[in-house]
Design a protein. Structure first.
Length: 496
């Protein structure tokens, strides 16, 4: 991929010419105002910025450029005597700095690569934050964000509507101090225990009385879950009070958003169902018509063949309806986890044998197992649905002669905790998913542009996402076109 670089410097540098080998498209300007115009007229991936130009000096140069764009990575160029200024530039948003007298082509390449990776990571983090805030504020349940010790940092719109509280009134208060709960010592103890369990990484849930607007008191399902950072520590707690339908207060904006999403989903369902039902219905009509007209003349073998076609068509339609209903039930909260004692390794190996029968023994599926989660408490039926959808996709979208890897890794419970993590990883070496389309991967009825004539309805991964969310788990996807796809699912489990 060609990197588009804007060089803002009043003299051409030899080291820049040495790296311009086709991997970079470089535009050179000598004045800050020229740089501002270039950034306004076209897009760049990176700016190499000399802080001392004929028409601008020092940190003002960076500030002026940042006022034009806040997204592009900037590497500051400075002389030996200006290194302190360059360090201050990092505080103002530059990704890196280079001392001009010390620049080599290799050092410049490394700095560019670092700046691009840093910028990419920042954009991913910002996009993740935006998605979380959108989900948080549009949730129809009352939600609060807490520090690990239980101090309220944010409440969502539903919490404001239902309780009459403002963000300013609760920010900085501990969860058990805000006046939406019964202020009895017992309630305070319950909330403090919930915060403690959540901070330790456990999902805590209970029934609790909630004071609504107009002094209404409702008993709600209350839960606290932890959000873990990259180091494995609790970064924040998410408290949720699940409201019944009649208790939910929806803003006009949220209602319009919900109505639009429901309309789009309804349209997709009607379009997909009508399209997917057309072929099996035609098969049923044709075979039943032939049986009615000529069945009395046919041998049993021929009649059996047509009956099997009818049965297969009905099974395809039934499967489609079942998949749509699974998503609907999860979203409506009508599917509950039913943990049971499970020998997880043996369970996965048994699934492997079933898959071989379903997909044929010519498919090489390699199973590996690490850790220790031989006997756990998990929902076997839902796990089977998750893994079956993932493996079905891996087989469907990869050539017969390429192996598929199925890994089970178990992270043991930490000391004084009763829950661990089962990590399922399925890797194929198939067609892959275009990078630009991966953000829509878990949307209902989504199909990538490169699937061609490969059959499918775009429901499998939407179901997987819904069931993973139901478990309080996580799912990640790594995919490259014509290389393959790795899907990793982490699900918590309890030990016996």
């Amino acid at each position: 991929m060609t990197i588009k670089i804007l060089l803002v410097e009043d003299k051409t540098s030899e080291w820049l010419l040495e790296i311009n080998n086709g991997e970079s498209e470089i535009v050179e300007v000598k004045f800050l105002e020229e740089a501002v115009k270039e950034l306004s007229d076209r897009s760049f991936d990176l700016v190499l910025l000399d802080l001392f130009l004929p028409d601008s000096k020092g940190l003002i140069t960076l500030s002026r450029l940042r006022s034009v764009t806040s997204e592009i990575s900037i590497i500051v160029l400075a002389g030996l005597k200006d290194e302190n200024v360059a360090l201050e530039a990092l505080q103002l948003g530059a990704q890196d700095y280079l001392i001009k007298e010390q620049i080599t082509p290799e050092l410049l390449k490394r700095s560019i690569r670092y700046a691009m990776e840093l910028s990419h990571s920042r954009r991913l983090r910002e996009e993740s934050d935006r998605r979380f805030q959108a989900i948080f504020n549009q949730s129809l349940d009352l939600m609060l964000l807490l520090t690990p010790d239980g101090m309220v940092s944010q409440i969502n719109q539903t919490a404001e509507n239902c309780t009459g509280l403002s963000p300013e009134a609760v920010s900085g208060c501990y969860l058990w101090e805000i006046p939406i709960w019964n202020q009895s010592p017992e309630t305070k103890t319950i909330l403090q225990e919930a915060v403690k369990k959540g901070a330790e990484g456990d999902l805590y849930s209970c029934k609790i009385a909630l004071f609504m607007v107009e002094k209404l008191v409702k008993t709600v399902d209350f839960s606290i879950a932890s959000a873990i950072d990259e180091s494995g520590k609790t970064a924040m707690l998410i408290a949720k009070a699940k409201l019944s339908g009649e208790d939910r207060l929806v803003t006009t904006e949220n209602l319009q958003t919900i109505e639009k999403e429901l309309y789009e989903l309804k349209s997709k369902i009607l379009t997909t169902v009508s399209h997917e039902f057309r072929t099996p219905i035609s098969t049923i009509l044709l075979s039943s018509g032939l049986l009615e007209s000529y069945g009395h003349k046919w041998l049993e073998e021929r009649k059996k063949s047509h009956f099997q076609r009818i049965q297969g068509a009905i099974e395809r339609m039934t499967k489609l309806l079942d998949e749509v209903l699974v998503i609907s039930k999860v979203e409506a909260g009508k599917i509950e986890l039913k943990p049971e004692s499970l020998e997880l390794e043996n369970f996965c190996r048994s699934l492997m044998e079933e898959w071989k029968n379903d997909f044929g023994s010519d498919r090489l599926i390699r199973f590996s197992y690490n850790g220790n989660c031989s006997t756990v408490e998990m929902d076997a039926e839902l796990i089977e649905q998750i893994l079956s959808h993932l493996l079905s996709n891996a087989i469907k979208f990869s050539p017969v002669d390429r192996p598929i890897d199925f890994e089970l890794n178990c992270v043991a419970p930490l000391a004084e905790r009763n829950n661990g993590l089962a990590i399922f990883k399925i890797r194929d070496r198939g067609i892959g998913i275009p990078t630009a389309e991966q953000k829509g991967l878990f949307q209902t009825f989504f199909r990538a542009s490169n699937v061609g004539t490969i059959s499918g309805r775009g429901l499998g991964l939407a179901i997987v996402q819904a069931l993973v969310d139901l478990h309080g788990g996580q799912i990640t996807v790594e995919s490259t076109v014509d290389v393959g796809t790795i899907i990793t699912v982490g699900l918590p489990f309890n030990t016996n």
